[in-house]
Structures are given as C-alpha cells and as structure tokens.
Write a protein that binds this ligand. Structure first.
Ligand code: ZN
Length: 444
C-alpha cells in the first residue's frame, strides 16, 4: 500500500445526472410515429434494438392525490430500471396548476412544442395505454421545444408515444418529484402546494399520538464543505471486489413485489432474487462515482461473471502496490428475519486503527441512508489470520480492506431498500462518501 500525502476534501456533488444518459446522435428524428400503422417499425428495428418496457405498478401522488398516468419501467443503465411517463399525461394532470403547460405536435417540423402557463388541450390519448401489457421501448431523440427553447432529455418511444423520466419532466416544467418507500411511490408536488404527500390516513387522530414516538429533532443540515472538483486527482486507487457473479448467485431471497433487475429481467413478486443482482450494479455505480471524481478503480469483475477465490486472490496480490484500499460488495443472509447492515474488517484492527475507522465511516453513511446496524463491526479470526478469505488475502499484502453487507437479501422488508435504481444509487453514494470521509483524515 502506498502512502501519499492526503489532499482531498469531501465531494458531495451528485454525478448521477451525468450517468446513464446515452448519447443520441445516431437516432432517428421522428418522435411520434405510430410504429404499428405507419410501417416505421422496420426503421426502428434497423436503427436500434428495442428494450422491454414493463408496466409500472408504482403509485403516483400529485399534490396529495393518487393519479394514474401510464408508466413503464425500462432498464437503461447498469444500476437498474427507471420509470418513464408520457408527456401528454403529465400535461393533462398539471392542468389548472401553477406549472401547467400545453403540448402540441408539429407534423411538419416533427417537433414537440410545449408552452408553459398555457392550458393543455386534450387529444383524447391521455391516461391510457395504446395497448395493454409489457411493451417494447425504442430510444429516441425527441427534444421538447419549450417556449421556443430546445430541451433535450432522454426519451423512449413506446407504441408511437414519447416517454420521459418523471424527474426530468419535473426539472423542465417546474414541479418537484421525490420517491418514497424504496421507489414504490412517486410524489409530485407543484409549486405552492403545502399539503401532505399522500392522502391523510383514515386513522382517527386519537389513535395516533399514543403510539407515536416523540418527534425527532432534525439533524442539523449537513453543510458540505465547498465542493472542490477532482480533489482526488486520479491518485486514490480503490479495488472493488464484487461479491459472487455468474454461476454463483450468492445469497438468495424472495422478491416482495415485481422487480426489474439491472439486466432488465423481471422478477415477479414471490420469485427469487439473488445477491449478485445487487452486488454488481452497486459496485458499478460506486466505480462510476469514484471515476467521475478522479479516483482510479480496479474491479474484480465488470460483468456478471464467476470469479473464483484464487482469481480474486490473484487480483488482490497483483494490484496490492497500486490499490489504497479494498471494498468487497456483498448483501447478507441469515434466517429470513435478520436485518440491517454489517461491516466486516481485518482482525489486525480489532482494537482500533484504520480498518475499524474505515468500517465506521461506512456505518455512519449507511445510518444516514436510514439503515439500521445489524451488529457492530465484525472481526473474525480463522486458523491462519482473517477468517474471511478476501480480508485475509488483502491483509497478507498489507492492503486495507472491508466487506460491506448493506442489507439482508433473505428479508424482503430489509432488502426493499435497494429494489430500485434509486436505492442502488443511494447505497453506492454512501460507500463513495464513506471512502472520501475516511481519506479526508487518513493518508493514502
Ligand atoms: Zn455474499
């Protein structure tokens, strides 16, 4: 392990907005072709392979009322699936709100024209799918001309209609979007709305106070230090060991509801979810965060493949000189009831020092994600050093390492925190923050 002077501050910048947005240069210009009746399906097929678009079961609340726009889940990047909505549905729903807007399609110029503040005029297509069940989505270049300005956001064409991400539309048209309950609910709030996110519960107010914990004093607003771009300077090198993969699924559990994996595979409620469905997307997201901020990353795998322990040992040994630390990404299992995160560290730090402090940096950030801790940092000794192979291989070449178990995959409640790309990103963001926290006070 190299020692270098420490020199970087914490970076809290979110780079997600820059990740996963595919370049659109080679796509066709038409935006609202009806692929089933105009014969344009061939054009799509020739231009770009479609992706499976799954009917979304997400609950959508607009200013506290449940609404039912048409929505599809599509996996577009390595982290998981996003939900896409029809522009016309949102325009229809926003009618009468401060942020209402009109939508028109100019047949001549093939432009989608929106005007803010104008009332939306229905064309009868709103809030219904042109065909039922899962569909095929084609990536498309469909800028919105808003008040004369061209706005380019990621778009998919499904059955001749253009679909966008809700949050992107919120940014464009000025409404707020947040996700709750591990993205099972999308909460839309328009400017000026001050009510609750979802309809008030039916419970009588008298039942409530007795069971309610005293209000928690909100933590003081985190004041991130001044963001300093690229303070890592391409010097910090992180080795990410991706748990399991390929023929080795790792721990398994049961999907509590329909779930679309990062590979755009649907696991229906009650179906089996595997640890490897999460270890890789979290690791890839962590890699992207680190690289986007100037760190170097070495991965044990960048695709879903089997990597044996002897190969992992080889990767650790051959990169021991380059890497400053190793993070091994796993998700836990026990008896179906255990919950919370767990960090496993090298035994040489059981009485304190870097290994314990690194684990604590992870724990602090996991708590901030609303996770609970299953158990204090684990230091387990085997017959010849660390009990856990990855920690032992790293210790043998003097490489600092921790294993992270963020949630219990065999506990549907616990794992639901990452059954969405938002959750996957939150986990990776916590890891990224923890690594930077640690190296703000330690040398590398
Ligand atoms: Zn594992």
């Amino acid at each position: 392990m190299r020692k270098r002077a420490i020199a970087f501050m914490l970076l809290f910048s979110s780079v997600f907005s820059n990740i996963g947005y595919a370049a659109n240069s080679q796509q066709i210009e038409q935006t609202t072709i009806n692929v089933t009746t105009t014969g344009s399906a061939d054009l799509y097929a020739a231009t770009k392979q479609g992706k499976k678009a799954y009917v979304s079961t997400m609950e959508i609340y607009l200013d506290g009322e449940q609404v039912k726009p048409i929505a599809y889940l599509i996996s577009v990047d390595a982290y998981g699936a996003y939900t896409y909505f029809k522009l016309r549905d949102l325009a229809y729903l926003m009618n009468g709100k401060d942020c209402q807007f009109s939508v028109d399609y100019d047949e001549k110029t093939k432009q989608i024209i929106a005007k803010s503040g104008e009332q939306y005029v229905s064309n009868g297509s709103e809030m219904k799918a042109s065909s039922s069940g899962d569909q095929t989505a084609y990536e498309t270049n469909s800028p919105i001309w808003l008040d004369g300005e061209k706005v380019e956001i990621e778009a998919y064409n499904i059955n001749g209609n253009t679909y966008y991400k809700l949050r992107d539309m919120g940014d464009v048209f000025g409404f707020d979007v947040s996700y709750k309950d591990s993205s099972r609910q999308a909460i839309i709030r328009t400017p000026g709305y001050t009510g609750s996110d979802t309809p008030e519960s039916e419970e009588t107010p008298d039942n409530k106070p007795d069971n309610t914990l005293p209000p928690v004093t909100p933590e003081p607003e985190q004041t991130p230090e001044e963001p300093t771009p690229n303070k890592v300077d391409g010097v910090l090198t992180v080795l990410i060991d991706v748990g399991h993969g390929g023929s080795d699924p790792g721990a398994t559990g049961t999907a509590p509801y329909d779930f679309i994996t990062y590979q755009n595979r649907k696991v229906v409620a009650g179906g089996t979810i595997s640890e490897k469905d999460f270890n890789l997307p979290v690791a890839l997201c962590l890699r992207d965060l680190l690289e986007a901020n100037g760190a170097k990353v070495i991965m044990s795998a960048e695709t879903d493949k089997y990597v044996s322990f002897s190969e992992r040992k080889e990767i650790i040994e051959s990169n021991a000189d380059k890497a400053d630390m190793l993070i091994s990404v796993h998700h836990n299992s026990f008896n179906g009831n255990a919950s919370g995160f767990e960090l496993l560290a090298q035994i040489k730090y059981k009485n304190g020092g870097d290994g314990l402090e690194l684990a604590q940096a992870f724990e602090k950030r996991y708590y901030e994600n609303g996770r609970t801790r299953h158990a204090p940092t684990v230091f387990k000794e085997g017959s010849n050093g660390d009990y856990y192979a990855i920690l032992r291989y790293a210790a043998n070449v003097d490489l600092l390492a921790v294993i992270s178990e963020y949630a219990y995959i065999d506990n549907a409640n616990d794992i639901s925190c990452i059954l969405s790309n938002e959750g996957v990103k939150q986990e990776a963001q916590a890891m990224y923050n923890a690594i930077l926290d640690f190296y703000s006070t330690h040398e590398y």
